[in-house]
Design a protein. Structure first.
Ligand SMILES: [Mg+2]
Length: 479
């Protein structure tokens, strides 16, 4: 529930804005938004199933047998933030240090031994063509198709001549095509409420930012006709202050070609919305004009034409690479990452907080027990008191039992996030690869744009203290 009273500290955890790097909203003069999966959240799983079916249709048109891709869309097998090993068809979940913790081949989980022999004794070149990253929410249907195809190749002799890498490459090509050639867009536009979530707090959120002196801009890779349809659905006729959705934004840029926008010299065009013709923006233009629709462009010209410096801009997007990482690496823009999955992750964490805390305590006990065990072992080695032998056996048994219990408890908790892949942001006691990217590149993150409605537009967003291992251990010992 969103509340108007922002001074009471009772905002539900799922609606909070979380802070990696302190952000003084009072120094932000302009807030920019991506559209797809940022302002416009696609409905799960209706959109994913649509994208999956249309991509399979495209693959069949290219000559693939339909049966190769047969299988349901199953939520438990899909998650973003995973990596596909194209040569073997395996799907991997990595931690912050690129260590493979979980791997699936079709619907079969790889054993510890298989993971070890495939991934642990060599350095993985994860950025080579042999690996494919699934870092956006648009890659979820793609993953569902690949899992079904690998499963069918694995189980059915008639498909065994297909090479995983070829199929996986063609799946990506085909899904890109159905996105780009309007196959999906046409269906979505015919029934927007079926595929796009309506957030009643979005108009007020943008209005609150605007009426507190922030300029707003839209920077999306989608083109005018599609952007116009989705934004009209989300914002038109919602507040009497705005004639239509374009009134909320001081600058509107469509077809931005992010991440190129952040590192190219692509020129800006203006879009004539009556006939969709574009023409290059004249070089003599000194500033953006409100109401004009721009297309393409690049960051340098953007900052010149908007006359606002990078560190005074907050950009809100959902794509770790296209929106967050690229802008962070190339500009001084501050970043807010939208992670729709956060609502569920927080719900699971909140519901299981007792178990999570007791797991942490068990882990600390295990560290201390292990330390005691080793010091007893050391004393025995030095020929001291053979009576220690019995104590050592007792400690060993106790430790083994504890380790086993930790494993069981950890699996139980992890399965509540996703039965196969666990938490999106975490893996055992490390951040997942995806979680680490969020930590490294997003100044702040939250589940949806309208969570900004809960806070003052001038709030100082402060990151919680980060504890180092020695500080954590001292804290636990004191307790
Ligand atoms: Mg997006």
């Amino acid at each position: 529930m969103k509340r108007d009273d922002i001074y009471k500290n009772s905002i539900p955890a799922g609606e909070l804005i979380f802070v990696n790097r302190n952000l003084r909203l009072s120094s932000i003069k302009m807030v920019g938004f991506d559209m797809d999966y940022t302002l416009a959240i696609y409905k799960y799983p209706d959109f994913e199933i649509l994208a999956m079916n249309k991509t399979i249709e495209r693959l069949v048109e290219k000559g693939y047998p339909y049966e190769l891709f047969e299988g349901n869309f199953e939520s438990s097998y899909v998650m973003r933030g995973l990596v596909i090993d194209k040569l073997s068809g395996n799907v991997l979940k990595l931690d912050k240090y690129n260590f493979v913790h979980r791997a699936m081949h079709g619907r079969r989980m790889l054993t510890y031994e298989e993971r070890y022999s495939n991934y642990r004794n060599k350095k993985l070149d994860l950025f080579s063509d042999d690996f494919m990253w699934l870092d956006t929410l648009f890659s979820i249907p793609e993953l569902a198709i690949i899992i079904n195809a690998v499963e069918n190749i694995r189980n059915q002799k008639r498909f065994q001549h297909f090479r995983y890498a070829d199929v996986i490459t063609d799946v990506r090509k085909s899904i890109d095509e159905v996105h780009q050639d309007n196959t999906l867009k046409r269906i979505i536009l015919a029934d927007i409420p079926k595929y796009i979530e309506y957030d009643p707090f979005l108009p007020q959120t943008l209005h609150r930012l605007k009426s507190n002196g922030k300029k707003l801009f839209l920077l999306t890779n989608s083109h005018w006709d599609y952007t116009n349809a989705l934004m009209s659905y989300l914002l038109n006729n919602r507040m009497k202050e705005y004639r239509d959705w374009t009134g909320y934004f001081d600058i509107i840029i469509v077809g931005a070609r992010k991440p190129e926008f952040f590192n190219s010299d692509n020129i800006f065009y203006t879009v004539n919305i009556s006939n969709l013709q574009t023409r290059p923006l004249e070089t003599t233009i000194a500033s953006f004009v409100k109401g004009v629709i721009y297309q393409g462009g690049n960051i340098k010209d953007f900052e010149r034409l908007s006359a606002i410096r990078g560190e005074n801009i907050l950009y809100v997007g959902d794509h770790i690479y296209g929106d967050i990482l690229s802008s962070k690496k190339r500009t001084l823009w501050r970043t807010c990452m939208i992670i729709p999955e956060l609502e569920k992750e927080i719900k699971v964490s909140t519901e299981n907080i007792r178990d999570i805390k007791s797991l942490t305590r068990m882990e600390m006990q295990s560290i201390i027990l292990d330390r005691t065990l080793n010091s007893v072992k050391f004393s025995m080695k030095n020929g001291k008191r053979s009576s220690l032998k019995r104590e050592l056996e007792k400690l060993k048994k106790k430790h083994a039992r504890l380790v086993q219990m930790i494993g069981i408890r950890r699996d139980e908790i992890s399965a509540k996030y996703n039965i196969i892949w666990g938490s999106l942001l975490r893996e055992e006691n490390e951040l997942s690869k995806f979680g680490a990217q969020v930590e490294d590149y997003a100044c702040v993150y939250t589940s949806r744009v309208s969570n900004f409605f809960n806070i003052s537009p001038d709030q100082y967003l402060v990151s919680p203290p980060k504890l180092l291992p020695h500080e954590l251990e001292i804290e636990e010992l004191i307790r």
